[in-house]
Design a protein around this ligand. Structure first.
Ligand code: RAT
Ligand code: ZN
Length: 420
């Protein structure tokens, strides 16, 4: 009951926004790197403009052959994209608007439509200063990298060793091992592992030794893979043998979750390179079977197709060892974020992680999180309003607690880690 002489409480959306501004985010999946890894960490305007999401959109307008674009230097590619998507058309797509939000948050005047002045501004900055400012402005406590034990550049850096920045946590990405084992046998042998194409006991032990080495070296929060729609998780299928006989037993021994990014079809248009991937529906029945068959493993799952989202929520109600996360890639657009968050709130309450940024360029943390927060204020605000209308007053401290869970706390709980 509200009394007339008491000051009116601000609308619940405002209270969510206030609490959100005080909540630090743990970004559980990015493609960013510790600054000590040098040029692997991308930042700046030319990287922002040549993001593969924008390359795909530019080719909707470009009239040139693919190869004429890809032979150009990054700077020239960026100019073509800027011209096509920002000057000749209004930049209304999510990825285009993202560049505008980002530049604005950095204090740049985008209304001059002047790429060179933006370039000059970036040229005067150091990477250290930029990491500092972006993390502070996005309100991030840490970002999880995607670390590949098959990338020669990364291997060299980790083996040499460097002093780690505590804001950059790691995740061990094992796509080549799970998806194309035969193509990495030679590489593994060169690295000193006595493995064969045949998955005999010796080979399995050696692969597990390989994973232990990398887990000891990089201290990952989880292992991860992205899977095509037609990947069979059947226990007796050849597809899943490395997963079920090597990776999952290893994860169980080390107490590490295994993250599945489900439903990517790589290279539907190979001419577009990184921008040429598409999606398909994944079998959530197979995920359910995995959770049932490996009850001592923990699965973090995100799905690329819109059609998979409802089933993934229902599956998560059945298996406490399944934690849905993020609005991945083509689902990271406002209309689908609203829809997916609503599905999850309504079916799972607060026991999931609604977003990761997938940032490939440091500056993208600014827009990816700002745009997500715009959605969260409305979706979560609406849920609290409905709850209040039903007679449950929601306190500010309770809102803060809930947001802390959504923005990293639930993920850490699920992973068996203490809050950082
Ligand atoms: O979102 C992306 O940038 C994609 O290219 C992929 O990297 C995807 O997120 C993945 O991790 O496979
Ligand atoms: Zn990714």
């Amino acid at each position: 009951m509200k009394f007339k002489n008491l000051p009116e409480e601000p609308p619940v959306e405002t209270r969510v926004a206030n609490a959100l501004s005080q909540t630090q985010i743990l970004d559980i999946h990015t493609h960013l790197y510790d600054p000590a890894m040098g040029k692997m960490l991308l930042w700046g305007i030319d990287e922002l403009l040549t993001y593969h999401y924008l390359v795909a959109e530019s080719f909707r307008f470009f009239k040139m052959p693919y190869k004429d674009f890809f032979v150009l230097e990054k700077k020239q590619q960026a100019e073509l994209i800027w011209n096509e998507l920002f000057i000749k058309h209004s930049p209304i797509s999510e990825s285009c608007r993202g560049v505008i939000t980002t530049l604005n948050m950095l204090g740049l005047d985008v209304n001059r439509r002047d790429l060179n002045s933006v370039r000059k501004w970036f040229a005067q900055r150091t990477v250290e200063q930029h990491v500092e400012e972006v993390f502070e402005s996005a309100n991030l406590s840490a970002a999880v990298m995607t670390n590949s034990p098959f990338d020669p550049e990364e291997i060299a850096l980790w083996k040499k060793g460097f002093s780690r920045d505590s804001r950059f946590l790691s995740a061990l990405r094992v796509d080549p091992l799970v998806l194309e084992y035969n193509s990495v046998v030679g590489f593994l042998c060169q690295q000193g592992y006595d493995v064969r194409s045949d998955l005999d006991q010796k080979t399995r032990n050696e692969l597990i030794r390989f994973l232990h080495f990398w887990a000891d070296t990089i201290q990952p929060l989880y292992l991860m893979v992205s899977l095509p729609p037609d990947f069979s998780l059947d226990l007796d299928s050849e597809d899943s043998s490395i997963l079920t006989q090597v990776v999952l037993p290893f994860c169980k021994t080390r107490g590490l979750p295994f993250a599945i990014m489900a439903g990517v079809t790589r290279s539907v248009n190979p001419h577009l390179g990184l921008a040429g991937d598409s999606l398909g529906c994944f079998s959530i029945e197979a995920i359910e079977k995995l959770c049932r068959t490996f009850p001592d493993n923990k699965f973090l799952v995100t799905a690329l197709s819109r059609e998979n989202q409802h089933h993934l929520c229902v599956a998560s109600r059945k298996f406490p060892n399944l934690h849905p996360f993020g609005c991945w890639w083509f689902t990271n657009i406002p209309s689908l974020i609203d829809e997916i968050s609503n599905l999850r709130f309504e079916l799972l309450g607060l026991s999931f992680t609604p977003q990761h940024s997938d940032a490939r360029v440091l500056d993208q943390l600014l827009y990816k999180w700002t745009h997500f927060k715009e959605s969260l204020i409305l979706t979560l605000g609406e849920k609290y309003s409905a709850l209040e209308a039903s007679g449950w007053d929601v306190g500010d401290e309770e809102i803060k607690r809930d947001l802390k869970g959504l923005l990293g706390g639930e993920f850490l709980q699920f992973s068996g880690r203490s809050l950082i």
